[in-house]
Design a protein around this ligand. Structure first.
Ligand SMILES: Cc1cc2nc3c(=O)[nH]c(=O)nc-3n(C[C@H](O)[C@H](O)[C@H](O)COP(=O)(O)OP(=O)(O)OC[C@H]3O[C@@H](n4cnc5c(N)ncnc54)[C@H](O)[C@@H]3O)c2cc1C
Length: 390
């Protein structure tokens, strides 16, 4: 006979969004279950570049990003480990005058939020970043930004969430979600049944399928940013550099142990196989940009390259909103290549929406209704999501 479990809140997806939400909810004594088809943090949340930036965010993401920063600043206190988080600054720079105007505009906007970004002249860039070889016209340094280790962050968050009482189940894929009229009925690939008042759709690149199976059809895409890492070399590049050289983009950082990481992409996504594949030509291209920007890297070896599967919305902003079709269904997906930093801010936002019915985060830019398609189709509650969870 099928086992039936009862909970108040069921979260689909154990990435940083789902697990952070579980932690915040459990800390407030809510009864919460996370179902993760693989292991926690095994998808985008565990393979990303680890950038924790506010620098360059859209105005509509500033409130969420600033709230997330509060978590990252106190990560050791929250999860018992610093997860290699360090605030060494994020520097957005360019060789293009036109792009510099965009950066300057952002600096003015950021000051409205009480932030203190610093505009660097070419002279200041040479002083602070002597390794950067290219003719850069200026840039913006957010000294309080930083980076963390994605391999550690979600597992430690999950450990803290479990300690607070969250029930996190790995290797448990959701294959069917329906609303019975009173509550959600959720079936898993190992024969379990869950009943819950709320469902949070935090299934990353697979969330669009789950949303569609419940009648919320949105035009979601998938992307696969591609990463490269060098052998360990003397530690000389402190902080993240994010640059545009003649329309060629790259972000790069060195970890204190010495490895230099850089990325852009894209790789190739196979959603059904749940994998992203590296495209060799793109790895060569990003390596060439890295050498243009940091000629010091020339004699060293690349030791690894990889990619990861990520959901993207057409406007590159996430969806964080209640379903217009199904009561108690909360969507949080489509982080479009920059959701690692936002994850904990999204987690607290989800906990407030569910437990308080409102949130202190400005989420007005993340409504599901901004995509016309979301309102168009008739509800199809009860459709299978098997294709989204092999
Ligand atoms: C290579 C790369 C580099 C990046 N660099 C950065 C960066 O520097 N800074 C930054 O802020 N962001 C970065 N990002 C983006 C960031 O990693 C993501 O936005 C973020 O991790 C998304 O978190 P998530 O929890 O929404 O999704 P995920 O981490 O993908 O988690 C979703 C989870 O849901 C599970 N799931 C899906 N369907 C089901 C189902 N049916 N049943 C059960 N479980 C299910 C999946 O297995 C997965 O574990 C990068 C992304 C990639 C891929």
């Amino acid at each position: 006979m099928m086992q039936v479990h009862r909970t108040n809140i069921l979260i689909i997806g154990g990435g940083i969004v789902g697990v952070a939400a579980a932690w915040y909810l459990a800390e407030r004594a809510a009864k919460v279950v996370v179902l993760e088809k693989d292991t926690v943090g095994s998808k985008a949340s565990g393979v990303n570049f680890g950038g924790l930036r506010i620098n360059g965010r859209e105005r509509s993401e500033m409130s969420l990003s600033i709230r997330a920063r509060e978590f990252w600043r106190r990560i050791r206190e929250h999860v018992g480990h610093d997860c290699d988080v360090e605030f060494t600054g994020h520097f957005e720079t360019t060789a293009e005058e036109a792009k510099m105007a965009v950066i300057e505009k952002w600096v003015h906007m950021a000051r409205d939020f009480g932030l203190e970004p610093e505009l660097l002249s070419p002279v200041r860039i040479r002083e602070r970043y002597p390794l950067l070889g290219h003719q850069l016209v200026g840039g913006c340094l957010m000294a309080e930004d930083g980076s963390g280790n994605p391999r550690l962050a979600v597992p430690y968050l999950a450990r803290a969430a479990r300690k607070a009482g969250a029930d996190i189940r790995e290797h448990t894929g959701v294959i069917h979600v329906e609303h019975t009229g009173q509550e959600f009925r959720v079936l898993t690939n190992d024969g379990q049944e869950f009943r819950s008042q709320f469902v949070v759709n935090a299934a990353g690149a697979w969330a669009g399928k789950i949303a569609a199976s419940l009648g919320d059809v949105v035009p979601w895409l998938t992307i696969a940013p591609q990463m490269v890492v060098s052998e360990p070399i003397p530690y000389r590049l402190r902080g993240i550099v994010d640059c545009d050289i003649g329309g060629r983009y790259l972000y790069i950082r060195q970890i204190p142990r010495g490895n230099v990481l850089f990325g852009r992409g894209p790789g190739r996504v196979d959603l059904e196989a749940e994998r992203a594949f590296v495209i060799p030509q793109n790895y060569f291209n990003s390596s060439n940009i890295a050498l243009d920007l940091v000629p010091f890297l020339q004699p060293y070896h690349i030791i690894r390259t990889w990619s990861g599967v990520e959901g993207k919305m057409p406007d590159a902003l996430p969806v964080i909103d209640w379903s217009p079709q199904v009561p108690g269904l909360l969507h949080a997906f489509g982080f479009s290549g920059h959701g690692f930093q936002l994850g904990p801010g999204t987690g607290i936002t989800i906990s407030e929406l569910i437990l308080d019915g409102r949130t202190a985060t400005d989420i007005s830019g993340f409504s599901i209704g901004r995509f016309k398609a979301a309102q168009a189709p008739a509800p199809q509650t009860g459709a299978s999501v098997a294709a989204a969870s092999s």
